[in-house]
Design a protein around this ligand. Structure first.
Ligand SMILES: Cc1ncc(COP(=O)(O)O)c(C=O)c1O
Length: 421
């Protein structure tokens, strides 16, 4: 595959953008190659600046559950844009989006929109601290909640990919209030929640930023129980899982106190939110005194894209996405026969772990054969399949991934795995 233009642009980019990219996971350093610069995309396929087309399993890291450039989403954005791109004043569509979220997610009575998941998670913590009067927070190793200081401790996603244990520039005093626990470890959770100064227990209900590591049976229920017992709020970070793994997300069954939403909520444009019961959300200004604000929060284009995307997500869509995910995951596991590979999947999310067994926590994830994953990715790219370029990220199949595209992916995976045997 030719890469002349991508290579040339990358050279210029490295002079002008740190590392040549505007977000670390876009670089392909972890798989030992340069990033691919994208020209356009449609459905489940992206085309780079050299004219190479790939079946895309990154899909903007989650927002594009309906695929790239879905006609309904584009129409909604165009119609909104024609009326003006931002007002700094409220619109009816924001109310409609809040209503739509409340119909889908039990307990999401009110919504406060932000432009990024980082801001939403940061605000959820501030709100939990204000609500409880406590300051400590508990998070889990390998979970990622955006890049705000207090949550940037043993975080997954790009930090894990780049091998950055904790970022320089984050004051120790800020992270001193953050307790990090191993995921799926009941004993550690019980011990840490024996104290009474905890404001929030924050978790991805299905961890997806160290590769996909679902909770063990009963672990989410224990999170709920321990948060309540210690007087902390349970914050479910559903930025990835929300509207993806099911209509109501991954945590609704345990009724978190605050949900953090993003990605699909904005349908491919910048939007995120925190949501929860009125009694908690109304502490945000101007209803209450907990301050949070944003110039582009609830941006009309992002709200239109979010509403149009959610309108596509009915029971039939989730059944289809589940069938697609199963076809992909089963096929990948089969293609990896004879190799120490574990394919983990839930509806709309897949990880191909180069581990003999599915990992249950960050330590086990760290045991993965990263060189083998990197080689696998390079081979897939050479065969027209674009996987997440990191062992520590999930694949994002979408409603645009047809059976034919999945079968082509599996053929490519079959020969990519063959090169590793
Ligand atoms: C679970 C989770 N929370 C929060 C974030 C941060 O969202 P954003 O990148 O929009 O700031 C992400 C981003 O990938 C995420 O996966």
């Amino acid at each position: 595959m030719s890469a002349d233009r991508s290579t040339a642009i990358y050279e210029r980019a490295q002079q002008l953008l740190p590392g040549g990219v505007n977000s670390p996971v876009r670089a392909m350093r972890a798989i030992g190659r340069a990033p691919i610069f994208i020209e356009r995309a449609a459905g489940a396929q992206i085309t780079d600046v050299d004219g190479n087309t790939y079946i895309d399993y990154v899909c903007s890291w989650g927002p594009l559950i309906a695929g790239h450039a879905h006609p309904r989403v584009l129409e909604a954005i165009a119609a909104a844009a024609a009326k003006g791109t931002s007002f700094g004043a409220p619109t009816e569509a924001e109310v409609a989006l809040a209503q739509e979220v409340s119909l889908r997610i039990p307990g999401a009575e009110m919504l406060r929109m932000t432009s990024s998941g980082t801001e939403a998670a940061m605000t959820a913590i501030r709100l939990a601290r204000a609500h409880t009067g406590a300051e400590m927070i508990i998070k889990f190793a390998g979970h990622y909640h955006g890049h705000s200081d207090a949550l940037l401790v043993q975080a997954g996603s790009g930090l894990l990919t780049q091998g950055i244990p904790s970022s320089p520039g984050v004051p120790q005093a800020v992270t001193a209030d953050t307790i990090v626990l191993p995921w799926n470890n009941e004993e550690a959770l019980l011990a840490a929640t024996s104290r009474s100064d905890i404001a929030a227990l924050i978790a991805e209900p299905i961890a997806a930023n160290m590769g996909l590591v679902p909770p063990q049976p009963g672990f989410l229920e224990l999170l709920r129980e321990r948060a309540s017992a210690t007087g902390a709020l349970l914050v479910a970070d559903e930025v990835i899982t929300g509207f993806r793994v099911s209509r109501e997300g991954a945590a609704a069954s345990v009724r978190p106190d605050i949900y953090v939403l993003g990605k699909i909520l904005g349908g491919g444009l910048p939007a995120a939110a925190l949501a929860g019961p009125r009694a908690i959300l109304e502490q945000l200004a101007p209803a209450g005194e907990v301050y949070q604000a944003g110039t582009l929060s609830g941006n009309p284009l992002a709200v239109a894209a979010g509403l149009a995307t959610l309108a596509l997500l009915d029971a039939t869509a989730y059944a289809q996405l589940n069938a697609t995910t199963q076809r992909l995951a089963t096929g990948l596991q089969e293609a990896a026969r004879g190799l120490p590979v574990s394919v983990v999947a839930v509806t709309g999310l897949v990880t191909v772990f180069f581990t003999p067994d599915p990992p249950t926590n960050l330590d086990e994830v760290r045991g993965a054969d990263l060189d083998a994953y990197a080689a696998f990715c390079r081979e897939l790219l050479a065969r027209g399949v674009y996987p997440p370029p990191s062992q520590f990220e999930a694949w994002f199949p979408s409603l645009a991934h047809t059976d034919e595209l999945i079968d082509r992916t599996l053929e490519a995976a079959d020969s990519a795995f063959a090169t590793l045997r």
